[in-house]
Design a protein around this ligand. Structure first.
Ligand SMILES: Nc1ncnc2c1ncn2[C@@H]1O[C@H](COP(=O)(O)OP(=O)(O)OP(=O)(O)O)[C@@H](O)[C@H]1O
Length: 465
């Protein structure tokens, strides 16, 4: 690579004048010499003459797009770090960028400080000859999102796919943890090998061990034959442990041995095998809290979260709702690809405690009610609320959301959180119980497991009739 004094520090490739201007100014204030190009073709020409030390590259450009141009940059200047910028990236954009060897991936609008930090790191790393080499790329879409938090998730999936590290995926029920695990597998080097999901919570605790590790004939009553475990079935590929918090303590020890020593011993056998398995795990629970409470092993927790990906709840990334709604609707009724504006407006207001799964179910139900006609907000009235299972599951989420909102509005620190929460939930509990026992205070007290005097006092306090 030709590198001389004409070389600028950073070549900014973007057709938006304002972006070039603000980046140039910020970089110049750090003493960096910059140049700009409004198209990939222009940038390639510039690179052919004198390669820069780093490239900031937009994806959407007039003519050749940024990702295609990366191949030319790699050929002309293989050791020049490229930082990809994109306004609205899909998972495949992030994966392609990282696979093609992008040093970093910035989602617009980004913080100028973040861009400066990334450029500095790129220049320092290139100086020490440490850039990772590119590999081949391919894309496959099913995980959607245009919000900034989802762009960050895409970036982390792309990074995780480049390695074999164990990944812990966290987020509330229905946010897409399963899809994220599949995407990491599919985009990684094991993509054409088995992906074996295990829903730990659905297995009885006594079965988890033999399901995962297998068993030999006669290992326990009912073990009439030798049986291969799921870990061995995933050999060469990926084992996805969904709801990993549910793993019983004894099996946690065996799992730790698998992660530390790559060893598997079937139940009842003295023979150890060494399958080549990548482990991905997911949970909607707060594993760190379970560690503090002593129900989940600390050493296993650290082994599982070598790399972590946290998927935010849908209510914290409402910008994704229209995209997801259109996607699900076109799956349900292929003739319709867009939700009307008034339905968008309605959906944007929903609490979506059950996250993307609940949104999908709500659209399915509404489409049934609409009977092939256009969807209207009324069609959702019953369904944009949590489902019955969802509402039981979602009570802790609702409490968290309530606390988050309260803290956002108030001077800190509060002094009466406990009483205030009770004041929110007790009247509803009392009213609903009384309604169901036809107003009998004695029966309500029985249902509540409280004595009658306590119930009377509470009814008086809240003015419940
Ligand atoms: N970003 C997304 N784009 C498209 N579909 C999504 C997305 N996120 C979730 N879904 C869909 O929502 C449903 C729930 O997703 P998934 O099963 O991956 O959630 P989860 O977090 O694993 O839930 P749980 O904790 O209950 O297992 C699936 O039908 C999935 O296809």
């Amino acid at each position: 690579m030709k590198q001389n004094d004409d070389a600028c520090d950073v070549l900014i490739v973007d057709d938006e004048h304002a972006v070039c201007w603000s980046l140039s100014r910020a970089l110049a204030s750090e003493g960096r010499k910059t140049e700009t190009a409004a198209s990939a073709e222009q940038a390639i020409e510039r690179c052919r003459q004198t390669p820069p030390r780093a490239i900031l590259l937009d994806v959407r450009l007039p003519g050749m797009d940024g990702l295609t141009a990366m191949d030319s940059f790699r050929e002309l200047a293989p050791r020049v770090p490229i930082i990809v910028m994109t306004a609205y990236g899909q998972l495949s954009t992030a994966v392609s960028a990282i696979e093609k060897g992008a040093f970093d991936y910035l989602t617009k609008p980004f913080d100028l400080d973040d861009a400066l930090k990334s450029v500095k790191l790129a220049l320092d790393t290139a100086e020490h000859g440490n850039l990772s080499s590119p590999t081949s790329s391919q894309g496959f879409e099913s995980l959607l999102g245009q919000s900034a938090p989802m762009q960050e998730v895409f970036k982390r999936i792309a990074l995780a796919a480049q390695s074999d590290a164990t990944v812990l995926i966290t987020g509330e029920s229905g946010v897409g943890k399963d899809l994220v695990a599949q995407a990491i597998h599919r985009h990684g080097r094991r993509g054409n090998k088995p992906f074996v999901p295990v829903h730990v919570g659905a297995l009885s605790p006594s079965l988890v061990e033999s399901e995962l590790f297998g068993h030999v004939k006669g290992a326990f009553t009912g073990a009439s034959d030798h049986r291969e475990g799921l870990i061995s079935l995933a050999d060469g590929g990926t084992l996805f442990l969904d709801e990993v918090a549910e793993i019983p303590p004894l099996v946690q020890v065996k799992l730790l041995r698998l992660l530390e020593q790559r060893e598997v011993m079937p139940v009842g056998s003295g023979r150890v095998t060494h399958p080549d398995v990548r482990i991905l795990a997911a949970t909607h629970q707060d594993l760190a809290r379970l560690v503090e409470e002593g129900t989940f092993r600390r050493d296993l927790y650290y082994r599982l979260r070598v790399f972590d990906i946290e998927i935010p709840p849908l209510r914290d990334r409402r910008e994704d709702i229209p995209l997801l709604a259109d996607h699900f609707l076109s799956q349900i009724t292929p003739r319709v690809s867009h939700v009307s504006e008034e339905v968008y407006a309605h959906l944007l207001k929903g609490p979506w405690i059950g996250n993307v799964r609940e949104l999908r179910n709500a659209l399915e139900s509404a489409a049934l009610v609409a009977r092939g006609g256009p969807l209207l907000p009324d069609h959702f009235s019953e369904h944009s609320r949590p489902t019955s299972r969802g509402s039981v599951d979602s009570l802790p989420h609702a409490v968290r959301a309530w606390l988050r909102e309260l803290l956002a509005q108030e001077e800190l620190p509060p002094r009466d959180l406990y009483d205030r929460l009770l004041a929110q939930v007790e009247p509803a509990l009392l009213e609903e119980t009384l309604r169901r026992v036809d107003g009998s205070r004695q029966e309500a007290a029985n249902w509540l497991g409280l004595n009658r005097t306590t119930v009377r006092k509470k009814l008086n306090r809240y003015g419940v009739e």
